[in-house]
Design a binder for this molecule. Sequence first.
Ligand code: SF4
Length: 353
Amino acid sequence: MKAREQHRRQTALLDWYDTHGRDLPWRLKNGVRPDPYRVWLSEIMLQQTTVATVGPYFRDFTARWPTVEALAAADLDSVLHAWQGLGYYARARNLHKCAGVVASEHRGRFPDDEPGLLKLPGIGPYTAAAIAAIAFNLRCAPVDGNIERVISRLMCIEAPPPGLRSLVADALAPLIPEGRPGDFVQAMMDLGASLCSPRAPQCPACPWAGMCGAMAAQKTGDLPKRPVKKPKPHRQGIAFWIENTDGAVLLRRRPEKGLLGGMMEFPSTDWREADWPLEEAFASAPVTTKWTALPGVVSHTFTHFHLHLTVVAANGCPVKQAGAIWSLPDRLGDHALPTVMKKIARHVDKCRT
Ligand code: SF4
């Protein structure tokens, strides 16, 4: 690309950002560099989640834990509890772990370049590049779905995924200006979240109208090329709702690694694609008792599969298990329960009324 064309694109986007850039709780404008802790926190929260959802969580976290040291000193359960509703709990566990590493091994200061950031727990290439650009004003090129869409259209890149991402990164790197890389990256994020939308880009209002390859070629609706999506598998399981003689329900903590790691749950069988005959499921229950199968099914969709749980209930169980945690049904909100477990609690409640 000719240097003059590049400069025109840089200037047009930055001018637009100065006027139309979003006011976000973690963002500072007019050349003021934000606190890397706040940039990091927002980027972790924004993975797979919308800006509108993240806003209240960000305010809550920064009010409770205003510094990375404060977050590192918090206990994991309180962080998981505060994270409820943002999903993907592995991120919350890594968030806490990362805060611990920054506090203990970096004296509370985030590394100020991409390679250093990449060594921290929970920080992948996109997040490292975004933090390096926004917090440290480095010419780094974070490429997520939004930026991939904007740049593939701007440069009219017609390659399909997965090769598309590296082509976009190559095209983007020289476009990032020397003086304001952080603002430029955030401007692209804003453009992708507003005018250059997936379905109906508003090209006439775009700062890159007249400089955009896809617009000129009338291919905005065709780009970026999409891969064919594989259907998600369906898995089944049996969840055990076990009440003791006080009416409290048995909870257990999921393993730290893996899906919903470290969260609380009602005991259940494995979740598998084959059906669960009840007799087989009862053999893996935490207690041998008389079970009642509740009508209906609790369904929940995770990133990679749909889950369907049948709930069986028993009461008056004198369960004595190491590590067993009991909660009265109306105090379940005190525990870090993921959404699928809340659905089970609601299902039981509904079946009993
Ligand atoms: S002109 Fe249209 S397609 Fe091109 S970057 Fe702007 S909004 Fe996107």
